[in-house]
Ligand binder design. Sequence first.
Ligand code: PLP
Length: 363
Amino acid sequence: MKRPYNFSAGPATMPEAVLQQAAAEMLDWHGSGMGVMEMSHRGKEFISIYEQTEADLRELLAVPANFRILFMQGGALAENAIIPLNLARGGAADFVVTGSWGQKSYQEAGKFCNARLAASTQGNGFTTLPDPASWQLGADSAYVHICSNETIHGVEFHQLPDLKALGCDAPLVVDFSSNVASRPVDWSRVGLAFGGAQKNLGPAGLTLVIVRDDLLGHAVPQCPSAFDYKLVAEAGSMYNTPPTYAIYMAGLVFQWLKAQGGVAAIEAANIAKAQSFYDYLDGSQLYENRVAKDCRSRMNIPFFLRDESRNDAFLAGAKAAGLLQLKGHKSVGGMRASLYNAMPIEGVQALVAYMQEFERTQA
Ligand code: PLP
């Protein structure tokens, strides 16, 4: 049976081969007599899954040895609080706001530290990126926060900022929830990167934190122990029970990614998918994307019908054509196509074919 193409922003489509493997192993993982959900996180079976998953992720993302990989819970939104509790020491941190998720991070961190707005593109509806040379970075900043891909507004940093070149010694904190593993990460520019798993890594419930060694051990005393990066790192992400099944599923995704040729190969595929979709939008009379060309997201592509009264018909027709979850986020409206790693080029082609036909019949 051919499944529909699912353009959800997250939880999002998974590689079909991964879902099939998980289904096949559901009742009995590798002859252990147990499904992964039923295993103790301290048993040798799960530990072997965990170690392989971490090693594969380190290899895929080329994570340097001086960074720790933490598998946590609470989602990216919880990290907005956990990060200042660990890094800010009650002081100040600077936020570059390029969309809703950065805005949320800035607001939440303000409960736990002196959160300052270093730059914002709210004035133009989050359709550009602010020039790093214009960012207001304080000399006393504990960290500088960016969201490398704004899932709702469809704005992506195609290069991480070089804070040192801007005269700033603070570590860069990156919310990479919606473009993790879609492209390589320049770790020389990063202090900490975090994200929920439910877009490119696997099911919801797992939060990934990759943090440089020297940033561990600075949590304020009131930081919950389960969210103290040093304690979590020392316990190998088993300070408390980790999200075992989500880790296992992410591990299967990592193996799938390696089989695709790794992050460089998936990045090339992502570029091709996004380019073909943007080219179509830009050439169309009916649809438009409003994001500046140099910072358009490869992962999440918001678009609008110039005649918005056709929105419901567009969505109904898309669903009938096996193209799911294209409705835009309510704060932006219009449509949004999320083209994560697991979306095959055939899905993009099917979407474009449907959109062409819809445009033709509207003429
Ligand atoms: N940050 C980004 C960039 C996101 O896209 C999302 C969710 O879509 C979040 C944060 C919130 O993540 P969570 O729901 O895992 O807390």
